[in-house]
Design a binder for this molecule. Sequence first.
Ligand SMILES: Cc1cc2nc3c(=O)[nH]c(=O)nc-3n(C[C@H](O)[C@H](O)[C@H](O)COP(=O)(O)OP(=O)(O)OC[C@H]3O[C@@H](n4cnc5c(N)ncnc54)[C@H](O)[C@@H]3O)c2cc1C
Length: 471
Amino acid sequence: MNAREAIEADYVIVGAGAMGMAFADVILNETDATIAIVDRGNRPGGHWNHAYPFVRLHQPSSFYGVNSRPLGSDRKDTDGWNSGLYELASGAEVVAYYDQVMHQQFVPSGRLTYLPMHDVDVAGVDGLGVAATSLIDGAPQQLSARRRVVDATYMNVSVPSQRAPKYTVAEGVRHGPVNDLGTLTHPADGYTVVGAGKTGADACLFLLRNGVAPDSIRWITPRDSWFLDRARIQPRDFFEETAAAFIDQYRCVAESTSISHLFELLEEAGLLVRLHADVDPTMYRCSTVTQDELEQLRRIEDVVRLGRVREITADQIVLDDGNVSTTPNTFHVDCTADGLERRAAVPVFAGDRLTLQTVRHCQQVFSAAFIAHVESAYSDDAHRNTLCGVVPHPDAATDWIRTAYGNSLNSAHWNADPELTGWLARARLDGFSSAEPPSDALVTVMLGALDHAEPALEKLAKYVAELDSTH
Ligand SMILES: Cc1cc2nc3c(=O)[nH]c(=O)nc-3n(C[C@H](O)[C@H](O)[C@H](O)COP(=O)(O)OP(=O)(O)OC[C@H]3O[C@@H](n4cnc5c(N)ncnc54)[C@H](O)[C@@H]3O)c2cc1C
């Protein structure tokens, strides 16, 4: 197959998912650089193109997407279990949004070349050269960057429809990824949801919302999770509550006397919530729920805590720590994909390479936009990396401490830099920025928080050292 003419641009971005798009948007808006963006998928938006049909954002639409273009209409839900809180875009809306960003903004700018359906051997990227291969006809396509190659694939997101489960499933068992719940052609006797994360919770809520009786649902949860209460992470009209929650975090850390005491205080303050008071969560992945959703999930009594599933046969589910029976007409729902896996942090800025990672606790799109701003506004990589300390995606419950610590260190650098605080105040992707001006009452609370900030940072450093010494 003949190679096509090489493409040259200031930045070559590998990955047109949410992070690659958020990065490109800021570069296009804040510099005059040119971009080539290459992706193996046929549409921008990455994993959203493979998500289950009833997926929605877990956070308000108002601070997701790319910085320059609003997502959704900033309304509050008036019905359902998110009622009273800001809207959560559906997967279809998110996919349509990225398509519009690409084809109504990026490509018409004349400064961006979009190359879908091309695979890149990311590990083999050499300096400023990127070798891509067309997935349509196998033609090689060479790209070369004048400034940097941007790896927007590093977070390695996977959703259940993209890979087989890690357990075996016998012939004839009704089983499928969570996506299949949206295309069922005949009812099942009951449903077994495998997976304790947000996707598992979403599957249970989908079934309950569609009238399935709670005693027809079994939920296999190898680990219990801490969740964030979505009501505490709302923008605009909720500014005071959200700011108070932020301040409360510092207070809880400062007042805690041990790691276990810290989690007690976080729960007391309503910052972390769990499914069942008598089961200690060992997982924390930034999933959000509302109190109404929690109430619904608690209606499911058949919660199986026997470790991970190893095998599903016609009449048995074999788990690490025991077996439970099943039936041929039970539908087994695979919700076990990792979503965002835990990856070792690497420096964001490293010579020819820029690796997009999270620099604010669980805020991937904000992080990609922020990194692009730092790339365009600063000139020294060492300084850029100081501003962009990586805050890896959490997995274990105690990772709450590591992410809070990483966040606090980054915030201290950002707050000391008026250029950055100015940018943050205007950034749509910063959930706080678009808030109403703080009231006098809030200013008082904010000042009160300063009392907690320094002791909290010291305490977090101590807890992180404690965790490091035991791992
Ligand atoms: C169900 C679900 C809901 C979520 N909800 C939220 C939310 O509400 N708020 C939030 O902040 N985050 C949410 N997240 C986290 C979300 O994953 C991130 O916000 C973000 O979408 C991650 O984007 P990404 O660009 O890193 O990954 P992806 O979306 O996976 O994009 C990576 C892109 O790189 C491409 N690619 C990968 N390897 C190659 C290769 N070798 N060659 C060419 N192309 C390649 C892929 O095709 C893909 O398009 C959610 C995640 C899931 C799974």
